[in-house]
Design a protein. Structure first.
Ligand code: SF4
Length: 473
């Protein structure tokens, strides 16, 4: 996974100053309003969220058993299962299948997992045409960009941006209305669907008891990608397995509501193996690639494990005050927003993504809205603490001065007299640095604290001594 999160501070500063982006990001509130209305119309919405969480807990606790059951059932239905430990292995499996089957053209349904492993880039390098068929993904692919939102990949682009892009890349000038642009894309994509040798999708769920892959969408492009080409390849993270069809029903009730405020996605496709004798549609070959790529690291960590419950609905992005201001691209990786800030350190390493756990106000809005109640703020705090202590895997961490300062602070805090002496001395010495009763610029390595904010002046008297004075009156 390519990450440029070390540029987070620079890119987020630029994003906040980008007026077009700021006006586009206002649309996120609409998602949340619709989401809230959709949940309000559910009698037992909160109970369903609890039920979904408990299904996830149960499934993740016995992931090996459910994945094996899924594999057995996919094979029983005539499909093929491949296991990929890394993104590289998953890419190699797809390339191998493409080469063996002389595949020249691929159509792709929207899939964050394929974005994660940078499949399009690998296919392009191998000389295979791979076309995104979700409208938002098609737009970002034409623009040579990455999706900026899990659900709405082109949310950062205005109608005018898309019109200009279509004029340049599709030779379709003077488009004004969204409907006209959609019609142009639809016509182009229809040609691609008819000529494709292989369709690649993700998988929202894999049902262990039946071997069925379930795909949710609104445009019909995923259904076409799975049924028109000869071969269908689905890439699924290990966490997407669900034990039974009964369990799936719970997720179907909450996923579309959380994502877009719909009661149900417009298309829900159930893929049970390849086309069988006597059937009139479906791919002739079906391959399921089950991807780890860092997920078992999350599984092994009790405190991080619940991030595997994520349904990729995008609701936490829409309510996050940081995402609402900086958008998705500033995060420098495929998973943005609150969930991205915990997944990226797990997938790419904390050293490469050290700013992301700090890109949060810890307001808790993500935890409140998450359909499976993932405690994102708690995990962010854990990652911050890991960074301060030094990332075990990479032996990196906060700068030495900062670590030393915190150690000294902790040492003094445990010794009341020392702490009180240090406090009184600092309160006495701060005088020349005070401006309007505030510390505007701290000295030495502490200067970072006051770069963008004031530091309150230290009180002349500690709370303890004020208390004592009060008691002695
Ligand atoms: S963490 Fe929760 S709210 Fe965020 S994308 Fe995942 S399921 Fe949706």
């Amino acid at each position: 996974m390519h990450v440029t999160t070390e540029a987070f501070i620079r890119d987020s500063t630029a994003a906040v100053q980008n007026k077009t982006l700021q006006s586009r990001l206002r649309v996120l509130t609409t998602f949340t309003i619709k989401r809230n209305a959709a949940f309000a119309s559910l009698e037992n919405g909160e109970a369903l969220r609890d039920q979904a969480r408990s299904i996830k807990e149960k499934t993740i606790a016995r992931l090996d058993a459910y994945l094996t059951q899924l594999e057995e059932n996919v094979v029983r239905l005539g499909g093929n299962v491949h296991w990929a430990r890394t993104g590289e292995e998953a890419r190699a499996i797809v390339l191998d299948l493409a080469r063996k089957n002389n595949v020249k053209r691929i159509v792709k349904g929207k899939s964050m997992a394929t974005e994660e492993i940078e499949l399009n880039e690998a296919l392009e390098q191998a000389g295979i045409e791979s076309v995104e068929t979700d409208l938002g993904e098609y737009i970002v692919q034409l623009a040579h960009e990455k999706p900026s939102h899990i659900l709405a990949p082109a949310v950062h682009k205005s109608k005018e941006d898309v019109a200009e892009l279509f004029a340049q890349k599709l030779d379709a000038p003077n488009l004004k209305q969204a409907e006209e642009m959609t019609a142009v894309a639809r016509k182009r994509l229809r040609e691609k669907f008819c000529a494709a040798d292989m369709g690649i999708t993700g998988a929202n769920f894999g049902i262990a008891e039946t071997g069925t892959i379930v795909l949710l969408e609104n445009e019909g492009n995923i259904r076409l990608s799975t049924t028109l080409p000869r071969i269908h390849v689905a890439l699924m993270g290990i966490e997407k397995v669900v034990p039974t069809l009964g369990d799936l029903a719970v997720f179907l009730k909450i996923l579309a509501r959380s994502a877009s405020g719909q009661k149900m996605s417009s298309y829900v496709s159930f893929i049970s193996g390849a086309r069988r004798a006597g059937e009139t549609d479906g791919a002739e070959e079906f391959h399921l690639i089950i991807l780890d790529n860092g997920r078992t690291r999350l599984l092994a960590d009790e405190e991080m494990r619940e991030s595997l419950y994520c349904l990729r609905c995008g609701a936490c992005l829409n309510v996050c005050p940081v995402y609402q201001k900086v958008g998705g691209h500033a995060y420098g990786t495929v998973y943005s927003g609150p969930i991205g800030s915990i997944l990226t350190p797990a997938f790419a390493g904390l050293e490469k993504s050290k700013d992301l756990p700090f890109a949060s106000t810890l307001c808790g809005a993500c935890r409140e809205i998450c359909p499976v109640r993932i405690d994102i703020p708690r995990i962010l705090l854990k990652l911050r603490s890991e960074w301060a202590e030094g990332d075990r895997a990479h032996r990196a961490g906060a700068p030495l001065t900062e670590r030393l300062a915190i150690k000294l602070w902790a040492f003094a805090m445990r010794r009341r007299f020392l702490y009180s002496f240090a406090f009184r001395t600092a309160a006495f010495l701060q005088g020349p640095m005070l401006e309007d009763g505030k510390l505007k610029r701290l000295p030495f390595a502490f200067g970072g604290w006051t770069q963008n904010r004031d530091f309150p002046a230290l009180a002349r008297k500690s709370f303890r001594s004020m208390w004592r004075d009060e008691e002695s009156r």
